[in-house]
Design a protein around this ligand. Structure first.
Ligand code: AP5
Ligand code: MG
Ligand code: ZN
Length: 217
């Protein structure tokens, strides 16, 4: 199964990606996570990406496309993968299509997690992420078993630097201008599916499983 997760910042892409990739045993490829790992390791890529991410801007297409192509070329992607946060521009979507075409592959479904803007700010400012493994929590909607500790690995939970109110607003603007057009792009390819992302996490996951079950048949 080859899946793209679409949706605004804070829609729950990372949260659902984790559940989906566990269920289907496919790799979870999050460009945001790849950049954050490089930032924490202070690699040249991390240093460049940080300049954009801290302001809520997109990392340039040339950089991002190369990283995803390299990742998709790895053996564990042969039987499927889930892309979380990529593509984010029409140029990235076209590059992905041409990469997959040349490998005689295609995306099965582009799944939009639909969440209106009024929900987003509370989700983002209440988010906490594991500093060790990147798992995502929420102080109200998805609390860890032990306060400030990751359920998965025991790592310390921290707030993302781009989860301030000002940066979230900028990220939402960037989403409207640069990423929203992808909804139409995948609609025209007849692979767009949409789920209501305003319900609680388990319910959203159930609906996603229904959609993916229908795709797999
Ligand atoms: P990225 O890391 O992809 O951030 P994003 O798209 O802004 O999305 P988020 O990770 O903020 O939200 P999410 O949808 O994963 O929500 P989550 O599950 O955590 O990108 C960061 C930056 O990297 C970009 O701004 C850009 O600079 C750069 N970048 C990345 N990819 C790029 C690309 N392709 N091209 C160029 N630049 C790129 O959930 C959010 C919160 O809500 C959590 O606290 C969660 O617990 C809670 N929650 C989740 N679901 C629910 C629910 N159903 N009900 C209540 N709460 C919920
Ligand atoms: Mg995410
Ligand atoms: Zn962790």
């Amino acid at each position: 199964m080859k899946i793209i997760l679409l949706g605004p910042p804070g829609a729950g892409k990372g949260t659902q990606a984790k559940l989906i990739t566990e269920k289907y045993s496919i790799p979870h490829i999050s460009t945001g996570d790849i950049f954050r790992k490089n930032i924490s390791e202070k690699t040249p890529l991390g240093i460049e990406a940080k300049r954009y991410m801290d302001n809520g801007q997109l990392v340039p297409d040339e950089v991002t496309i190369g990283i995803v192509n390299d990742r998709l070329s790895m053996n564990d992607c042969e039987n499927g993968f889930l892309l979380d946060g990529f593509p984010r521009t029409v140029k990235q979507a076209e590059a992905l299509d041409s990469f997959l075409n040349s490998n005689e592959q295609k995306i099965d479904t582009a799944l939009l997690i639909d969440v209106p803007k009024e929900f987003i700010l509370e989700r983002m400012t209440g988010r906490r992420v594991c500093s060790a493994c990147g798992a995502s929590y929420h102080i109200k909607f998805n609390t860890p078993k032990v306060e400030n500790k990751c359920d998965v690995c025991g790592g310390l939970l921290v707030q993302r630097k781009d989860d301030t109110e000002e940066t979230v607003k900028e990220r939402l603007d960037v989403y409207d201008r640069q990423t929203q057009p992808l909804i139409q792009y995948y609609k025209e390819k007849n692979i767009l599916a949409k789920v209501d992302g305003t319900e609680e996490i388990g319910m959203v996951f159930e609906k996603i499983c229904d959609v993916l079950g229908a795709v797999a048949k």
